[in-house]
Design a protein. Sequence first.
Length: 185
Amino acid sequence: MKPGARWALAAFGAAAVAAVAVVGALLAFGGDGAAKPVTLGGNASFDQRAERRQAPPIAGTDPITGEPVDVDDFIGKPVVLNFWASWCSPCRDELPALQEFAERYPEAQVVGVNFQDSHADARALQEELGFTFPSVSDDGSLAQQLGLRGMPTTFFLGERHRVAGLIAGSTDLDGFEAGLELAQR
């Protein structure tokens, strides 16, 4: 086989692999780019440390307001726990939908987890996007306890704060609503 033909064959093979990956991603994300929630408890592709167990203690100082935040204050309400950071482009894209969700569903408590970010950058992003839900800062220890695999990630906690589901990747209002349904079961 001529060297040019080998190159063409390799390029064709790489393009075919890329096309399969794109189609697979579209199917996995429902075709619209927004990740959907996954019920934990039998999906081996997710970290089983988070499987329908009590969430670890989640408390700290809000990096934006300086006020104390403790998820235990919201026992009796489902909690939508969203990992975000100012340096995370998909997080920036998702935060307006999360704010809309927080406004539409006051029966759930949205709590952000500002992951490995500076308080100044977190504050600047909040001022830019205008979200109002409380957040706590995380140096990585909470992410490790929950088995975080990427950013953004949203965990859905039931009324007793057991992990009911998660969305790994950015989502939209429909995704947050579907996750809330998991938490309310």
